[in-house]
Design a protein around this ligand. Sequence first.
Ligand SMILES: C[S@@+](CC[C@H](N)C(=O)[O-])C[C@H]1O[C@@H](n2cnc3c(N)ncnc32)[C@H](O)[C@@H]1O
Length: 326
Amino acid sequence: MHRNSDAPRHVPVLLRRADEILGPALAADGAVYLDCTLGLGGHAEHFLRTYPDIRLVGLDRDTNALKLAGERLSPFADRITLVHTRYDGIADALEEAGLAARGSVSAILMDLGVSSMQLDEADRGFAYSVDAPLDMRMDSTGGLTAADVLNTYGHGDLARVLKNYGDERFAGKIASEVLRRRQKQPFTTSAQLVELLYDTIPAAARRTGGHPAKRTFQALRVEVNRELESLEAAMPAAFDSLAPGGRIVVMSYQSLEDKVVKAEFTKRSASRTPLDLPVELPGMGPEFKILTRGAEKATEQEIEENPRAAPVRMRAAERIAGEETT
Ligand SMILES: C[S@@+](CC[C@H](N)C(=O)[O-])C[C@H]1O[C@@H](n2cnc3c(N)ncnc32)[C@H](O)[C@@H]1O
């Protein structure tokens, strides 16, 4: 099912705040804006309109998103380069766009997770509320599907995925039931999995823990798309690509993502002078200064206007002029 073109487009999350932070870095002549999660191009369109001199390098692993964003951004065709890649391919994507992998970018946005389009397209299998093939790949051109994970993983691996990525209390029990049922009939549709979860998660826990499929679907999505590995590899490359004065904004939607993001922000904003030295060594001060106090959340008003903003945690930083990358 594809989104009706008359349907309203989704509202980009924390757009005004992202503009407040990235704006000063985008106002300079010839600024380069790297959008690591182009999606439907909502943030990108705003920045291209607001800053008429910027150049966009836009990445997404979803070919359908790139196609739709390309159509939306066609009025700016002479200022954009769109690249089909995971965001840990930042260095190659910048080189493909004729830019250096280090020190060439003015502003970066990473708006993590799935897009509203991916959730709306029932046949992608991200939503547990509709019966669809158990796919969940953001990049439909290759890799394991959620059905492959359910039909091939051993008990230990499956339970680990459900526990670590979904924080599912009943991970072991669910994994046992998956292995039992798949012997009779392999998993192909989300309805099969939802039925199993209703049968396996005790009624008392179902009443308190939100929809019983929520945690398992999140866990499978993170596993299928290798979301955390990709993010762990992307964060250093993103920071390295920033020029002096360059700024980065990262929006996470679940605690595991924010943990990875926070670790890189903490590392990059710490002094590199050995702890046992009494004074800061020249050139060994922090490379970045943090621009947000902890992780910023959406305001109540924004959540009311755009419920997708409810779980967002936003962090931002700026490269301190004169500090070299490590
Ligand atoms: C929340 S949406 C971005 C929405 C966008 N900011 C907008 O305004 O339209 C996230 C996008 O990131 C993409 N994505 C998620 N993980 C990715 C990864 N590891 N590499 C590249 N793109 C990724 C998804 O395919 C999706 O299109």
